[in-house]
Design a protein. Structure first.
Length: 198
């Protein structure tokens, strides 16, 4: 009687995590429409069938990838005090030439044109960064003001990082942060920074 080979232990949590991590990379690189289930599976070291087993469908996997990408604080932090300055400084630093890419923005940019993805993106943004931002705001219409603030953040990121307009590409981080903070102050309900007196 030959000795049986020991069965390889399956780790469902590790497999699920590998699939989700691979999905974030693929959706960020290619967008929802062009990211294939086979490519995600290959990157994760599993079969495409395993993706369906763990997540049910590409759309459900995308929803979890969006949650994973948008949950961490990248530009909007968690502190109410000095919020406009903090967002402005972080945004200037994170969009500077040579800075590490802001993956949630890339995922949004590359997936938003797809009608199957846009609802998932909207829910992810509203649930994470939008909800966090609105929760830091006092006064009327916090959700509207938070979305206006995010529009400024996303527009700055797009023009400075993706399009690379000359003025935004060349401006130093300190100058950009000061201008952004003054634009964000009405959103956050803070007083704009007083200009230096001559």
């Amino acid at each position: 009687m030959s000795a049986a080979q020991p069965a390889r232990k399956r780790d469902g949590a590790a497999t699920r995590e590998a699939i989700l991590a691979a999905a974030v990379v693929e959706f960020t690189a290619h967008g929802y429409a062009k990211a294939g289930v086979r490519q995600i599976a290959e990157r994760a070291g599993v079969t495409a069938m395993m993706i369906n087993r763990y997540f049910g469908s590409k759309e459900l996997l995308f929803a979890q990838a969006v949650d994973r990408a948008f949950a961490p604080s990248t530009v909007v932090g968690d502190e109410r005090q000095g919020l406009a300055d903090a967002i402005a400084t972080t945004l200037a630093e994170r969009t500077a030439p040579g800075a590490e890419q802001l993956d949630p923005f890339l995922l949004m940019l590359r997936s938003a044109p797809d009608p199957d993805a846009v609802d998932v993106l909207r829910r992810g943004i509203e649930a994470h960064v939008g909800g966090r931002f609105a929760g830091l705001l006092d006064g009327p219409e916090p959700e509207v003001r938070a979305q206006l603030g995010l529009a400024l953040v996303a527009g700055t990121w797009l023009l400075r990082t993706v399009v690379g307009t000359a003025a935004l590409h060349a401006v130093d981080n300190e100058t950009l942060a000061a201008l952004l903070a003054d634009m964000l102050a009405p959103v956050t309900g803070e007083e704009p920074t007083a200009p230096d007196s001559a």
